[in-house]
Design a protein around this ligand. Structure first.
Ligand code: F6R
Length: 633
């Protein structure tokens, strides 16, 4: 039997859910600015505890803007950073020293002598004394007034990994396997990621008078929920913050996705029952009770705390049928619409029978991984399908692969001289060295060839395959440039040229700085710019998810089922991306290959539909239709 609670009973720290990262970061930056100014008025210094990583970036951007535009001075600021990799010198591009100067210190008037960042080049034998003095310096400065924290996927704060002791102070630590995996994006290769770091301890962080814990993106949802709702435990070090008297947790909607008040709000208090929420609750009830929807009884609703729903509906049977039909109608073998059929209950319009369709793929293989079967179906059903590869994907090609092509070209053209420099660079390259322009070009062309092969396999003619090579991506590093007007213009021009009835795009909200998210932002910006064009009125945008996640069943608006042979065909299309096979450079924390992840996920969607009592298919690809609104941006 479930009892009703207010969500405060679940969340053991004060937590605010913001509509987006920008608004939340602006709020945190404003609070910091206010505190800085108050201390200035009193003629005092303020001590800030600072974090690196993607979480605080927008806070720093806002502070820099306030310095430039609003005269916010940092003269009275003393800063202590949480951590630094070890061993790593300041001059390395991955150092947190470099990060802090790039994002904040080089743009504000903080006195250089007030900046403290753990030094990753201290000799090992001096480490214990160094850590002790770092801790002492914090105390001598009067202790930290405001501490900024991100949360790692292991639950770490600073680099206090699972197992960290509650009273730990500044010290050297070993990094968790998952943390090192996440750091590959900065170091380019796993072998280049240091095994150790210097970090302020949990005890050091606890001495701060106020703490902001920031978490953005779906990839943080699970660990955030554990930290905020779970028991205090060394296995999730951020959960220690539950004991701190003045902590505020700031999250965006994606990171909040697994909190009780969002995932199952009916357990956390009174609900505003919209049709979407009712659907979510019925799907949840079916899964909790292990019963297909049409077998749910009044007793099930009562037992799982959902009696409120059947009070409004009179009885469960009608409600069950309504939700069953809603889900049933999401299934279609006609993703481009079924020509000349009644489309009042179908996800897509019947007319025009042959649509102009544009599929956007952030990297060169996302199209086939995430919607390969739908892609082929759209071509087979006679639509005019185009595909646009948004980025070159060049950083995700191994050096040995590029070397193979360079040697091939040198031998084929019998021109060793022209390729000598490239071959020598690749032969002597050290882990983490950035690629030269020529090498990046080779890597980009490798992926371009693979994408072309994949799209051709899906049935496209070459003049329907577009490569945008969006400039924001072309840094040669995992840290990208911010999205610029040229990026958006490329998308806008292509949309204008094709004037599609249907657009497909990767709707990944997981990592706010990840390539998928930036590529989606570019498309949404282009849509906004094109608003008002007559063809736009007929243009629908469907979102698929990347290789890691799938839409929740209650969110899916179009589910395209396919058979075992079609699943095998999809696998072949993914195999065209040979440079990504076996072990691509950025595999994430999942050891499966991309085709395996895609198949597991598509089979799982089909399985979930079946357990709800719907038809049994081999696999399904799922889509959500984008409706202009702040929650989707
Ligand atoms: C960084 C730090 C780490 C990060 C955490 C989250 O100084 O101490 O604890 O805050 O790993 O990283 P992002 O923000 O990149 O997701």
């Amino acid at each position: 039997m479930y009892l009703k609670y207010e969500y405060k009973h679940f969340e053991k720290m004060p937590l605010k859910i913001w509509p987006n990262v920008a608004e939340a970061s602006e709020h945190v930056a404003r609070s910091i600015a206010l505190a800085i100014r108050q201390k200035q008025q009193d003629g005092e210094n303020i001590v800030l505890g600072l974090a690196t990583g993607s979480s605080p970036i927008k806070v720093y951007e806002a502070l820099v803007r306030m310095h430039r535009e609003e005269g916010l001075s940092f003269r009275n600021v003393i800063s202590f950073n949480l951590d630094e990799y070890y061993p790593l010198s300041k001059s390395e591009p991955q150092s947190y020293w470099r990060f802090m100067h790039d994002y904040l210190f080089d743009h504000v008037d903080i006195p250089r002598e007030n900046i403290h960042i753990p030094d990753g080049s201290v000799p090992m034998e001096e480490m214990a004394a160094y850590c002790l003095s770092y801790e002492k310096q914090i105390d001598l400065a009067g202790g930290i007034d405001i501490q900024l924290l991100g949360i790692g996927r292991t639950g770490h704060i600073g680099f206090n990994e699972p197992g960290a002791w509650e009273h730990s102070l500044t010290r050297m630590v070993r990094l968790d396997h998952l943390t090192r995996r996440d750091a590959i994006k900065d170091f380019l290769q796993e072998e280049a990621v240091p095994y150790r770091a210097i970090t302020m301890g949990i005890g050091s962080i606890f001495k701060a008078r106020a703490i902001y814990l920031l978490a953005w993106g779906e990839h943080k949802a699970s660990v955030l929920c554990d930290a905020v709702e779970g028991p205090i435990s060394a296995s999730i070090p951020a959960s220690y913050l539950q004991k701190h008297p003045n902590v505020k947790v700031m999250v965006d909607q994606s990171a909040a996705g697994l909190l009780t008040r969002v995932r199952t709000p009916w357990l956390a208090g009174a609900c505003n029952w919209t049709e979407d929420l009712i659907c979510k609750a019925v799907v949840w009830l079916s899964q909790q009770s292990n019963k297909p929807i049409l077998k749910l009884t009044d007793e099930d609703y009562n037992e799982f705390g959902l009696s409120e729903l059947i009070m409004e509906e009179a009885n469960s049977y009608e409600l069950n049928i309504r939700i069953f039909n809603r889900l049933q109608r999401t299934i279609t073998g006609w993703p481009g619409g079924k020509p000349y059929a009644d489309d009042s209950n179908r996800p897509e319009r019947a007319a025009p029978a042959q649509k102009r369709i544009l599929i956007f793929s952030p990297h060169p293989d996302d199209d086939v991984i995430s919607m390969g079967a739908t892609f082929m179906r759209l071509v087979d059903q006679g639509h005019h399908v185009h595909v646009a590869y948004q980025t070159s994907g060049n950083i995700a090609v191994h050096d040995h692969e590029a070397l193979r092509y360079a040697e091939f070209m040198a031998e084929y053209a019998q021109d060793a001289d022209s390729y000598a420099e490239i071959i020598s660079f690749l032969t002597h390259k050290k882990a983490g060295d950035p690629d030269t322009d020529a090498v990046r070009r080779i890597k980009g062309l490798i992926r371009r060839g693979e994408a072309r092969a994949g799209a051709r396999y899906c049935g496209l003619d070459d003049d329907h395959i577009h490569f945008l090579d969006m400039p924001f991506y072309e840094t040669g590093k995992t840290r990208k440039k911010p999205l610029g007007t040229e990026d958006v213009q490329l998308i806008q021009d292509l949309l204008e040229k094709i004037q599609p009835h249907q657009v497909y795009a990767a709707g990944d909200l997981a990592d706010p700085h990840g390539t998928h998210r930036v590529c989606l932002d570019a498309i949404l910006s282009a849509f906004r710019q094109l608003k008002g064009r007559p063809w736009m009125e007929q243009c629908w945008l469907w979102l698929y998810r990347g290789a890691w996640h799938e839409w929740a069943i209650d969110e899916i608006e179009m589910a395209v089922p396919f058979s075992p042979p079609q699943l095998r065909k999809k696998r072949q299309a993914i195999f065209m991306h040979q440079s990504q096979k076996d072990r691509p450079p950025f595999p994430g924390d999942d050891n499966r290959e991309f085709w395996q992840r895609a198949e597991d996920r598509n089979r799982e969607t089909a399985r979930l539909y079946r357990t709800l009592g719907l038809a049994e298919y081999e696999a399904m690809e799922a889509f959500v239709r984008w409706k202009d609104g702040p929650e989707m941006i």
